[in-house]
Design a protein around this ligand. Structure first.
Ligand SMILES: NC(=O)c1ccc[n+]([C@@H]2O[C@H](COP(=O)([O-])OP(=O)(O)OC[C@H]3O[C@@H](n4cnc5c(N)ncnc54)[C@H](O)[C@@H]3O)[C@@H](O)[C@H]2O)c1
Length: 445
């Protein structure tokens, strides 16, 4: 099938490449000329395990092409996916300007029947907006007779395992209002699923809300455990024991029960905020989502509060090393990453900061720009030289079993603040580290 992806970021690129990999012919469109030029030479703008190889392969086999010209992308397309960003606006609602701009461009460019799929995470009612804008543009062109359908098909891939997630999804959610597009979408996705049951057909509004409900539910589990972890630190209990104690209850399950430095990324924070905003617009207070967001904001400062308690509010002359900037391991994405808040807070308190992340250094440099004086280490050990304390913020595998003896040689004071509960507190004590973590009775006394 001829497919056009509009927006070639994390979702658009992975989706486009995976559709090409199973034999479709795919155009990836983006307004970012530099990104498109790099992609034509198989230079990826993002780090995503396994992606580069299949990009190279599908370019070579001529199933995957890149352009900034939407007309070229749509020329032979039967289905086009909108995969642009939907960041938070000032008031927390999703900024739909990119999605609606794409809808306008589709209406201005399409010349035959098209199925337009919203894959971006969009609030309920967006498909209607997209439909109306395309109609308006067709009318302006005197092409009101041109037929098209709009489908909601939210994406559930996870950065870090995006290719595997797309190739073997838990489920595919498709919101449609007619049989014709339902059949076409089933045909498109059939190769990715073992049974038809994994393709869930529903109405468009339900599909749009499903994505927000999923992300808010996952964020809820994280904030819930973070709140319990703070309680553990107050009363001297252990969040890990509690996690095991509740996770074995099959009604609860083991996933997403890890306490830490708070959730980040381009999805959970903005999607929880958008859900709250949709509630407001419909005169419904989203009390749970609101609490989830508040708890997460508080959690991002938990390590900073520990440092204040340990070192005082004035950190001038103190040096800290940071391990991990990405919002989670296996990605270079630093959007809404807790590390950003923590680094900025420590610098504002006068600290000297050296950071290291295996993949996210370039992205972090773009965010911090020249506004913050930060040292960027070439490797994880270099980030420890002469520091007063290490903060571990992202759970990259290479931080799991480091050379503790080498660490002690490099660090001025042997203090670790572990925002991901990576080490055993007793072992750390035996090694001679002053060790602080989240909810395991290792809070600053
Ligand atoms: N990143 C994830 O893990 C993930 C997972 C599931 C869903 N989503 C959702 O998917 C959507 C996209 O997320 P992302 O992380 O891929 O975003 P992204 O920022 O990585 O990519 C968006 C791309 O769209 C391009 N773009 C903007 N306006 C355009 C236009 N008018 N025409 C063509 N291209 C345009 C940008 O240049 C950028 O390359 C969001 O709604 C997000 O919530 C993201």
């Amino acid at each position: 099938m001829n497919i056009c992806m509009i927006g070639t970021g994390y979702v658009g690129l992975v989706t486009g490449v995976c559709f090409a990999e199973i034999g479709n012919s795919v155009w990836c469109v983006d307004v970012d000329e530099q990104k498109i030029n790099s992609l034509k030479s198989a230079i990826l703008p993002i780090y995503e395990p396994g992606l580069k190889d299949i990009v190279e392969k599908n370019i070579k086999e001529d199933r995957l092409r890149f352009t900034t010209n939407i007309k070229i992308g749509l020329e032979n397309a039967r289905v086009c996916f909108i995969t642009v960003g939907t960041p938070s606006s000032e008031d927390g609602s999703a900024d739909l300007s990119y999605v609606l701009a794409v809808a306008r461009a589709i209406g201005q460019s399409m010349n035959h029947y098209l199925v337009v799929v919203t894959k971006s995470t969009v609030p309920v009612g967006t498909a209607e907006k997209v439909r109306n804008i395309i109609k308006q543009e067709l009318k302006i062109r005197g092409r009101d007779g041109l037929m098209f359908d709009v489908v909601a098909n939210p994406e559930f891939l996870k950065e870090g395992v995006a290719v595997d997630d797309f190739m073997c999804p838990d489920r595919i959610v498709i919101g449609t209002d007619n049989e014709r597009t339902a059949e076409l979408m089933k045909q498109l996705y059939q190769p990715f699923v073992r049974s038809q049951n994994s393709i869930l057909m529903m109405d468009i509004h339900s599909a749009e809300i499903t994505k927000y409900a999923a992300n808010a539910m996952l964020a809820t589990r994280i904030s819930f455990m973070n709140e319990i972890a703070q309680l553990c630190d107050k009363v001297g209990a252990d969040i890990d024991s509690i996690r095991l104690g509740i996770g074995d209850d099959q009604r609860i399950g083991r996933h997403f029960l890890y306490a830490g430095a708070g959730y980040g990324g381009s999805c959970f924070p903005k999607d929880v905020k958008e859900l709250i905003s949709t509630g407001h617009k419909n005169n419904l207070e989203m009390a749970i989502a609101t609490a989830v967001d508040i708890v997460n904001e508080r959690q991002k400062y938990y390590l900073v509060d520990m440092i204040k308690k340990r070192f005082g509010e004035d950190l001038s002359g103190k040096r800290f090393g940071i391990w991990g900037l990405a919002f989670k391991a296996q990605t270079d994405d630093v959007r809404e990453a807790p590390a950003l808040v923590i680094v900025q807070s420590l610098i504002n308190m006068g600290a000297d900061i050296t950071v290291y992340d295996p993949e996210a250094m370039d992205q972090a440099k773009k965010v911090f720009a020249d506004d913050y004086d930060i040292h960027y280490a070439d490797n994880m050990m270099e980030a420890l030289n002469e520091i007063d304390a290490l903060l571990l913020i992202t759970d990259w595998q290479q931080f799991r079993q480091p050379d503790f003896a080498e660490m002690k040689k490099r660090m001025y004071q042997h203090i670790i603040f572990d925002g991901r509960n990576q080490y055993d507190p007793v072992h750390m004590k035996n090694l001679g580290f002053e060790y602080y973590c989240i909810g395991r009775n290792c809070y600053v006394k």
